[in-house]
Design a protein. Structure first.
Length: 312
């Protein structure tokens, strides 16, 4: 029987992964977003329902990243005759630094791909997802959208031309994530980054990225931890996150392998060797944030190797 309705989940992501600004990212099991998509008899795209966004996202299909990306895909495959209705259910906070816009866009594109019976590899959708990311934050970087779409841990080796590589990772590596409820807009967080850096800092960063990749390939969690140091971006963005260095000290003393900013923040994350340690890290970070008057959300997850999935 032909399917005319589909419900899809796409995961949140941690981008940059401390030292890998704009080139590294991985997907997590939670949180994420859901899209319900229905075929219509009349051509065109409508958005009939959005939940969980506190009224922040547009219903206009020409201004919503999900519908805009889906339209780019339909135009590309010569199916502008297709009619669609979209429901977007935000299951993750907007502006969290966890790839909120990319999760929604990936869910929408994965939904239309499956509705139309497109059996190609999901990675073929990457250029269309990046269109949505460009609309959302002014820059079509792939370190959020690629892991959300492909799952796992990814390296963006090149943007011109685009080349994305899936990396191995230790299966017993767990991620503790805390989202402090403070506002750090992605566009503004990018604008404060320095345009020029010292050569010695660049050399340190190259070594750390290489060490992190090596640790992933060799299953060496200690090497991964030692390599996750950012001397370029984190010192600037840390100023936007309340008590960032205190939070890092709490995490490391609680058994974290590493600690850093997720995307442009304000979410922070830590790697741990087991879920119990990850939960303890989150509890202590949340307790500190509560003590300084900041509410927060927390998540514990292994790395999500699946990416988006059909729910119904």
């Amino acid at each position: 029987m032909e399917v005319d309705t589909i419900r899809v989940f796409a995961p949140a992501t941690v981008a940059n992964v401390v030292c890998g600004f704009d080139v590294l990212g991985f997907a997590v099991n939670e949180p994420g977003d859901e899209v319900v998509m229905r075929l219509k008899n009349r051509p065109g795209i409508t958005i009939s329902k959005i939940t969980g966004d506190d009224g922040k996202l547009p219903y206009n299909p020409f201004k919503n990243t999900v519908s805009v990306s889906v339209k780019h895909y339909l135009d590309h495959i010569g199916r502008s005759d297709v009619g669609l209705d979209i429901e977007l259910h935000k299951k993750m906070p907007i502006g969290s630094g966890l790839g909120s816009s990319s999760a929604s866009t990936v869910a929408g594109l994965f939904a239309i791909k499956n509705l139309l019976g497109d059996t190609s590899d999901p990675s073929t959708l990457l250029p269309f997802v990046m269109k949505g990311e460009e609309m959302a934050c002014g820059h079509g970087h792939a370190d959020n959208v690629a892991p959300a779409l492909m799952g796992g841990f990814v390296l963006i080796r090149s943007y011109q031309p685009l080349e994305v590589i899936r990396l191995p990772y230790p299966k017993d590596l767990f991620c503790a994530i805390v989202f402090p409820q403070v506002d750090v807009p992605t566009r503004e967080a990018r604008q404060i980054i320095r345009n020029k850096i010292l050569l010695k800092d660049a050399v340190t960063q190259w070594g750390n990225i290489a060490g992190l990749i090596s640790g992933l390939y060799t299953n060496d969690i200690e090497l991964i931890g030692r390599s996750m140091e950012d001397v370029l971006i984190e010192p600037v963005r840390a100023m936007l996150i309340p008590d960032f260095y205190k939070l890092r000290d709490i995490a490391m003393k609680s058994g974290a392998v590493s600690f850093g900013i997720s995307g442009s923040g304000p979410s922070v994350f830590a790697f741990a060797k087991d879920p119990e340690t990850a939960k303890q890290i989150n509890q202590k970070i949340q307790a500190h944030l509560t003590g300084i008057g900041i509410n927060s959300y927390q998540y514990v997850s292994s790395i999500n190797g699946e990416g988006p999935r059909v729910l119904d």
